[in-house]
Design a protein. Structure first.
Length: 191
């Protein structure tokens, strides 16, 4: 992120295979995983990633309010969700704004996206939260199929159901021809 240097954690090639999915261990900085009250969470539990060190900015230009919020307690609040495992290796889970709270369960949109794009008929997917009268939020997946793929929504729901516990299975999907992107090429979920 631009508020810190390009290196916050590093995963050595020597241990890459033993720690698939990890972003590594802190480099020239300190990292923490915290809850909503900025208190450290137990090993293996997800929370916000905080970073502190010489690589972190001093503040936002002419924006003391934003600076105070971002650097509360002397730590940069990244807005990223992560966890640290028993070996001290950190894992990036998702962006906080991409967490869906479905019936009280906090779930990362990236998990559904990753699962859906592993289906042989799916080229791309994006997952967003939509309001739900009983659950608070529900999952809605936008799916771009591979050329000439013939896939039904029910097939994708069943595919997810075979790999996820029932409360995590997305049931609302739409097939679209392409995903909207911003100028940086990232999927624009607001469009």
């Amino acid at each position: 992120m631009t508020e810190s240097s390009t290196v916050g954690a590093y995963l050595s090639p020597d241990v890459f295979d033993e720690h698939l999915g990890s972003i590594g261990k802190p480099v020239l900085c300190e990292l923490r995983i915290v809850d909503d009250k900025d208190e450290d969470v137990p090993v293996g539990e997800a929370g916000q990633i905080l970073i502190r060190g010489p690589c972190v900015m001093r503040g936002y230009y002419r924006d003391p309010d934003m600076t105070e919020k971002a650097l509360a307690g002397g730590w940069l609040h990244t807005g990223d969700v992560g966890l640290v495992d028993a070996g001290g290796f950190y894992h990036h889970v998702d962006r906080m704004k991409d967490i869906i709270i479905r019936g009280g369960y906090k779930l990362a949109a990236s998990k559904w996206k990753t699962l859906l794009i592993h289906h042989p008929g799916v080229h791309e997917a994006a997952v967003i939260a939509v309001l739900h009268p009983k659950l608070g939020e529900d999952v809605f997946a936008f799916v771009v199929l591979r050329n000439n793929a013939r896939v039904e929504v029910r097939e994708l729901v069943d595919y997810c159901g075979e790999r996820l516990v029932a409360y995590k299975v997305p049931r609302r999907m739409a097939f679209i021809s392409s995903l909207p992107r911003n100028l940086a090429g990232k999927i624009d979920k607001k469009s």
